[in-house]
Design a protein around this ligand. Structure first.
Ligand code: PLP
Length: 390
């Protein structure tokens, strides 16, 4: 791709695409939003990195603490992966334990210990390449099925006192869009609290996307540590980890858990993050995003049904997942039943018609504020045309 503007992308041959991928999540305001361009230009004019704290780093941290009630302190880093890595080290340093629980189908960035794990009865994880990860690293991570209360209870009964942390996406973005069910959320909160394990919510995709306060605001549950990235600065490299003061205080220089980064909290990313938060503060913005998400999901279900094609469209806010199966899908084992070849045909059919979808069926469509109902009409007529050639 060569350039983007609003909801559109242009490739090097100047072909135009309606962008439903949204760069895998950051582009809440679409491409090249005027607010962000102004913030980025100003930051570059003033110098893009100082290696020292700045007033923007402080302002952003203060605004995040207000936005996410579960975050009492925040550390800024440069990516979602980095923030996840810091959260895991922090949980281990705080608890003095090593075992981390993750869930099947989760993607938490390219952190060694979260790409590979010892699965209980986990099916092969189709989405991740795992060469180069030492077995010694993998053995301290355990994978459980998502949305499975019994498996969670069983794990904690056996290994609760060894468990440093449970990390999950409260709404998944890499196995279709699956929401952690109320009973699963409540059990997670209860068991991690009871056993003194740290509950980490990876809100790298959902933070500021499904609501200003992320999935926690929508689902009404507080994590001990929250990881943010992507949407936080609307397209500039950033990550953040924040949470309970007693846990965050273990991070250096206050505590003994090491973390550092030349570019962490740099003025370019932080000024763009502040501009993003300003823009996302517009009244009714999240309602508008939700409506566009619902309209697109309903439209795609209707068009697929008219062509007799089984398509499970899951939607939460402006995130959508498309799996070619009947559904419903509550976990990874169900998600991997989807017909991936059909998705590839759909992807290419749509691309030929100027619509860019996520390249894998498991990844989420991420709409932006630049996306309007006019765009939904274009997507639906392209989908109908694509299906009619099958
Ligand atoms: N966590 C989740 C839920 C993600 O979806 C991703 C990226 O896709 C990451 C973490 C890693 O973020 P980054 O790509 O910024 O390192």
């Amino acid at each position: 791709m060569a350039r983007g503007e609003g909801a559109w992308l242009w490739d090097v041959d100047d072909r135009r695409y309606l962008d439903l991928l949204g760069a895998w999540g950051p582009l809440m305001l679409g491409h090249a939003h005027p607010y962000l361009k102004a913030a980025a230009h100003a930051a570059v004019e003033d110098g893009s990195v100082f290696g020292m704290s700045t007033k923007w780093e402080l302002e952003l941290a203060q605004r995040l603490v207000k936005t996410f009630p579960s975050m009492e302190m925040v550390r800024l880093v440069n990516s979602g992966t980095e923030a996840v890595m810091t959260s895991v080290r922090l949980a281990r340093g705080f608890t003095g334990r090593t075992l981390i629980v993750r869930f099947e189908g989760a993607y938490h960035g390219h952190v060694d210990s979260l790409l590979e794990a010892v699965g209980t009865e986990a099916p092969p994880d189709l989405t991740l390449a795992k060469a180069g990860i030492p077995p010694g690293v993998a053995q301290d991570t355990l994978t459980l099925p998502y949305n499975d209360v019994a498996a969670l209870r069983d794990h904690f009964a056996r290994r609760g006192t060894e468990t440093a942390a449970v990390i999950l996406e409260p709404i998944t973005g890499s196995m279709g869009v699956v929401v952690a069910e109320a009973a699963f959320r409540a059990t997670l909160r209860e068991l991690t609290g009871h056993y003194g394990s740290v509950l980490i919510f990876d809100e790298v995709i959902t933070g500021l996307r499904v609501a200003r306060g992320g999935a926690q605001e929508r689902l009404g549950v507080n994590a001990d540590l929250t990881v943010l990235g992507k949407a936080l600065s609307g397209g500039f490299a950033i990550g953040a980890v924040g949470g309970r003061r007693d846990i965050m205080s273990c991070l250096s220089p206050l505590g003994a858990v090491y973390q550092a980064g030349t570019y962490s909290g740099n003025p370019l990313s932080t000024r763009c993050a502040i501009a993003t938060l300003d823009a996302l503060g517009e009244a009714g913005l999240y309602d508008g995003l939700e409506h566009r998400g619902i309209d697109l999901a309903e439209g795609l279900r209707r068009v697929a049904a008219e062509h007799g094609i089984p398509l499970w469209v899951s939607q939460f806010g402006c995130m959508l997942g498309l799996l070619f199966l009947e559904g419903p899908v509550l976990n990874y084992r169900e998600a991997v039943q989807a017909d991936t070849e059909k998705y590839q045909r759909f992807f290419h059919g749509m691309l030929q018609r100027g619509i860019l979808l996520p390249t894998s069926t498991f990844d989420a469509i991420c709409l932006s504020t630049a996306y309007t109902s006019r765009h939904t009409d274009i997507v639906l007529s392209s989908a109908a045309e694509t299906f009619s050639t099958w």
